[in-house]
Write a protein that binds this ligand. Structure first.
Ligand SMILES: [Zn+2]
Length: 168
């Protein structure tokens, strides 16, 4: 009888310090695993949304150039392409307006992100595709080599190098 009373009195005191420390350590461990993953996935989502915006801006520039019959070195402004963009495009990594998110210069220059210009970059292959779709005639001095063409040339060069190695 005495023992039972003693146990009940003991269990009513709540958690011991060791239990609290263990629970706290587990929560800290889970947070240490989850937070970097969360930040990484958030920045990846922002990057893909921004690149999608860049693609839309590039398409708008090409459409404007075709409809207004502009040469590839013509300067383009955000007001020129505004009618061709369905909605306001801003960089999800802290952009508030078009002007502080993206920079555009000429028809032949790909639009660039101003918030994170090193990671939010339009892939070269999609730029080439947009340019060939737009069919803007290149200026006499300009020659554009598509990335697939370049890749093919690299492969040719590599195969030649292999053959030379075999001969010698
Ligand atoms: Zn961006």
């Amino acid at each position: 009888m005495k023992v039972a009373i003693k146990i009940r009195a003991c269990s009513q005191t709540g958690f011991t310090l060791v239990e609290l420390v263990i629970v706290g350590a587990l929560i800290a461990l889970l947070a240490a695993i989850a937070i970097p993953n969360y930040l990484q996935s958030r920045s990846a989502a922002q990057k893909s949304a921004c690149i999608n915006n860049l693609r839309q801006i590039d398409a708008a520039i090409q459409q404007w150039a075709i409809e207004q019959r502009m040469p590839s070195d013509a300067t383009v402004d955000s007001t020129d392409i505004a009618p061709y963009l369905k909605r306001l495009v801003i960089c999800p990594a802290g952009g508030t307006t078009f002007a502080d998110s993206y920079s555009i210069s000429t028809v032949s220059t790909a639009p660039a992100c101003q918030r994170l210009p090193l990671t939010h970059v339009l892939p070269a292959s999609s730029v080439d595709a947009a340019r060939s779709q737009a069919q803007t005639p290149p200026l006499p001095g300009q020659t554009r080599r598509s990335s697939t063409n370049r890749r093919h040339l690299d492969r040719l060069r590599q195969s030649r190098r292999v053959n030379w190695a075999r001969v010698s």
